[in-house]
Design a protein around this ligand. Sequence first.
Ligand SMILES: [Zn+2]
Length: 259
Amino acid sequence: MKTQKSLLVILPHPDDESFPMGGTLAKYAFNHTHVTLVCATRGEAGIPGKSPVEAGKIREAELRRAAAELGVSDLRFLGYHDGTLAQVNAAELIGRLVDLLREIRPDVVLTFGPDGISGHPDHVTLSERITQAFDRVALPAARLYYLAPSEATLQGCGVAPAQEVAGGPVASIDITDYRLRKWHAMQAHASQNPPFQGNPAEQIQHLACHEYFTLARPCGNFADTEDLFAPLSPRQIFPPQPLRELLRATRNPNSFSSE
Ligand SMILES: [Zn+2]
């Protein structure tokens, strides 16, 4: 019987894990959670002037170093070519994701939302395919979270926080104590010219202390949370008007004065 919590993170490119959500991965990996990181490509298109094969080798090595910094020991590649996920046969991709979900049986799945954060077609496509696979497998009690725009994504991907986060309840993960891990993982992606290079003790002060996710599955009116694995509780409905007046009256005895 499974005792350890399981977090499955599925992303298209090396560096998608560290910049916007590295603190969250480290926080769970170092706190009794089995984290599986699945990278759909090797980021072959991500180093100008390098051949795809060369770039893929460099970026795979960078991701392996980043994963080690984040405490993620279970790292897998799906082997698709960077920039082509939208052209991959949908049934094939969904089938591979279904197999992964059935093998790992995660409690929580993390990926990009339908916006892909940056709008990159690989991000948008993978989000859609994972959601389809998640719905098909229907693991009991499993959750699917999408990365939400925030200061952390602004720092990592240049996408500003939304005024209001669209979609389900928000999980805000406090990564204050894991910023150094995140910083080292970010710097491991040297080919991507990571931000905040320099003295780690100084540079981590610039990293946002929270990373945000929205609950995509199950759908429902759940309360916001600070833990991806915490039991879902119904959102508190503010007391209706007559009850509010009664509560106010009971707090203020003078309001019951008889005329
Ligand atoms: Zn990416």
